[in-house]
Structures are given as structure tokens and as C-alpha cells.
Design a protein around this ligand. Structure first.
Ligand SMILES: C[S@@+](CC[C@H](N)C(=O)[O-])C[C@H]1O[C@@H](n2cnc3c(N)ncnc32)[C@H](O)[C@@H]1O
Length: 379
């Protein structure tokens, strides 16, 4: 038998990596910390956790334990029968299942293993897109879970198309996905209450922890808490459920001066390097770091676009194809300025001494991290 072609091996490895990155289990404390800001929403509603094995999911545990306090009508869940089960998954059910709890038992949380919540087999594999799971989705008012990162775009699209209220965890990078950012810009989706910069730590399958210890650095990739390895991940909460923080005005203190807030070389906007420094008297467009989204109040600001990507609202009005990239020591990297097209770019050398910049006929420019373009609506 001839060996499989390299492309197919690579594809399999890539799929396995994505699947492994899907196996992050959310901690009960992180769920409770975020959920406390949405409690009144849930009264009389049905919650569906559709990526959750009831024997391990803390989302299921949270809603089962708080069922009566939140005055829920029903809790439904379903669990995916991972095709990579032997490699990474902790799922041990032979088939995908679904389950429901209608608050039969007050007091102690219901136990799935003890049979209080009836687990019933699904015909298919429990994929959130399957007809069976869509049928359960239609019965729900709220979806709350941590879905597979590798399917995040499709997952959100389905929730939006079905008009569901949701509170879910996703990778921070999802903010700039072309399928996600427009939803943020149009106020159909926003960031949850937990600050963007706060670490969320996850339990991971034991195969993954062994690999983490072998290949990654403690502190940056994982932490050891009470002797247990917890995976660090750049994860944040995404929701379309209102919370108080979203209506708090950001206090603005600084005043605009052209020296403090340079105009971009390629966008009709000024650079505001830190969210706390947004000038209170600038009524034009400003570029701010992505962390702004954690402070965004739609009554105070309007979101207009995102740098780095094409077609995300505001367009860059200059290309840098004819520039050359230079290292701080003056040596050319061999790359052209094409790689910075779309970034927010400032004239001159960067403040960070270790950062490369771009040159053309004596003109020097440098690029910035991702920027969100906003305007103050109150001016
Ligand atoms: C990031 S983990 C989170 C698990 C759980 N929701 C939690 O927060 O602890 C995502 C889970 O979704 C499952 N999953 C992967 N693909 C899926 C799919 N197509 N449909 C439903 N679930 C899926 C994975 O097996 C994995 O257990």
C-alpha cells in the first residue's frame, strides 16, 4: 500500500490540532463570575448547553445547581460524540446524548450519573448543526457554553440565524474574524463582563497536559493551581445579552493636541495608544487598541471599523508596496512594505527600539498593533 500523500497527512495533523484546541473545559468559578451579571435575563427561560458532556461540563453543573434561584423553566444539553475520542476527548459515552432537567429536585444539584436527569441517546453524533440538535436549539431561549474554537464562525452564525440569546466563550482573535467583527460593529454581539485582559484558565485532557509540560513554558502556556495543570488561553466571553458595564460611560480626561495624538499616515483618524487617553474633545475618528471593546458603551461611542483587515469599515488610503522593511540596526529584512498594508501606520520610527519599520526615499513609517476605529457620539 502506498503512503498517504503529504498534503493529506498535513491536513489530518491540522484537523487533530484543531480538535485538540477544542478540548478546553471551563472552570465553574469563571462561569459563575460571568453569569452573575445576567441573572435577571434567565427567569422563565430554557437554557441549552449544546457542547457539553453532562458528566464533566461545569456549564451544566452551574445551571442545574442554580436552576431554582435563576427561576429557569428548563435546562437542556447535548453532547458531541467526538470522532477524536481516543486521542483527546474526555467523553466516555459510546453515543452522543441529550438530556434535560425541569427542576424536579429542589435543594441539592441533580446528579446526571445518578440518573436524576435522564440522558437519552441521539441518533447522530451530536454536532451542533445536526437536525436533532437544531430541534433542541429551537426549544431554547438561551445558549450558554464554550463551543469548539475551530467551529466558532459557524457556531455564532447559527445562533444569530436562529435569533437566540447567547453567552459563549471564544478566542480573543475571533474579534477580528470577518464573520464576527461586523456583528460587533453593528451591535449584534459584544464582549462580556470579564475584562478582556483577564486570564481564563481551562482544564484539559491528560494527554494534552503531558504535552504542555513537555513542550510549553509554565506561566505563559499553562499554570499549576493546587497541583492541577490549567491551560491558559486568550479566551473571552461573547454575548448578545445586555449587562450593566455596557452602559457605563468611560471617563474621559485628556484634551486633544496634535503632538499627543498624531494623525495616521494611511487612515483619516488620530492614534490613541491607550484607551484611558481617549481625548474628551475630539469629534473625529480615532484608532484605539482592541481592549477598548471591554469598555465600549454604545451610547457613548460608535464603532466604525478595524485596521489590518480589508472591508471592515474604514479603508486605508495608502499602500506601502514600494517601501522596504528595515531592522532597528539598519539592515533590510528583504520584505517589502506590502506586509503592512491595512495596518494603522504612523510617520517616523517606532517608540519601541526593537521594532522594525519601513523606508522609501528617506520617508520612514512604522505600523501599530490592531486598532478599532471609533467616534465619540456625544460630541
Ligand atoms: C472548548 S470545549 C468546551 C466543553 C464544555 N462546553 C466546557 O466549557 O467545559 C468544546 C467542546 O465541544 C465539542 N465539540 C467539538 N465539535 C463539536 C460539534 N461539531 N458539535 C458539538 N460539540 C462539538 C468538543 O468535543 C468539546 O468538548
Amino acid at each position: 500500500m502506498s503512503p498517504p500523500p503529504l498534503a493529506s497527512l498535513n491536513r489530518n495533523l491540522h484537523t487533530a490540532k484543531n480538535k485538540k484546541d477544542d478540548e478546553f473545559y471551563t472552570q465553574l468559578t469563571d462561569i459563575a463570575n460571568e453569569l452573575q451579571y445576567y441573572e435577571p435575563h434567565f427567569e422563565g427561560g430554557t437554557v441549552y448547553c449544546n457542547c457539553d458532556d453532562p458528566t464533566v461540563s461545569n456549564f451544566v453543573q452551574y445551571f442545574a445547581q442554580n436552576f431554582h434561584r435563576l427561576k429557569l423553566k428548563r435546562l437542556i444539553g447535548s453532547c458531541y460524540k467526538s470522532k477524536e475520542r481516543d486521542m483527546f476527548s474526555r467523553h466516555d459515552s459510546k453515543t452522543a446524548i441529550w438530556y434535560e432537567y425541569n427542576g424536579e429536585k429542589k435543594g441539592n444539584a441533580p446528579s446526571f450519573e445518578g440518573g436524576l436527569c435522564q440522558a437519552k441517546p441521539l441518533q447522530g453524533d451530536g454536532d451542533f448543526r445536526s437536525a436533532e440538535c437544531l430541534d433542541l436549539l429551537r426549544q431554547a431561549d438561551f445558549v450558554v457554553t464554550n463551543p469548539p474554537f475551530s467551529e466558532f464562525r459557524e457556531y455564532v452564525k447559527q445562533l444569530i440565524n436562529h435569533g437566540k440569546k447567547f453567552l459563549i466563550i471564544g478566542n480573543k482573535n475571533a474579534i477580528s474574524y470577518k464573520e464576527i467583527f461586523p456583528l460587533i460593529k453593528d451591535n449584534c454581539l459584544w464582549i462580556g463582563h470579564t475584562p478582556i485582559g483577564r486570564d481564563l484558565l481551562f482544564d484539559v485532557p491528560s494527554e494534552h497536559t503531558k504535552e504542555l509540560i513537555r513542550t510549553k513554558k509554565e506561566g505563559s502556556a499553562y499554570k499549576v493551581i493546587d497541583g492541577v495543570i490549567k491551560r491558559r488561553s486568550q479566551s473571552i466571553w461573547f454575548t448578545n445579552m445586555d449587562h450593566k458595564k455596557r452602559h457605563e460611560n468611560l471617563m474621559l480626561i485628556e484634551k486633544y493636541t496634535p503632538e499627543k495624538y498624531p494623525h495616521y499616515d494611511n487612515y483619516d483618524a488620530i492614534e490613541v495608544g491607550e484607551v484611558v487617553n481617549i481625548p474628551k474633545d475630539w469629534d473625529g475618528i480615532m484608532g484605539v487598541p482592541i481592549t477598548f471593546l471591554g469598555k465600549f458603551n454604545p451610547d457613548q461611542f460608535e464603532i466604525l471599523g478595524l485596521s489590518q483587515k480589508v472591508g471592515m469599515g474604514l479603508e486605508s488610503n495608502k499602500k506601502y508596496d514600494e517601501y522596504l522593511e528595515m531592522r532597528p540596526d539598519g539592515i533590510m529584512t528583504g520584505s517589502s512594505g506590502q506586509k503592512t498594508n491595512g495596518n494603522a501606520v504612523l510617520q517616523g520610527k517606532p517608540k519601541r527600539a526593537s521594532q522594525n519599520f519601513f523606508v522609501k526615499d528617506g520617508d520612514v513609517v512604522h505600523s501599530l498593533y490592531g486598532r478599532i476605529f471609533i467616534r465619540n457620539k456625544e460630541l
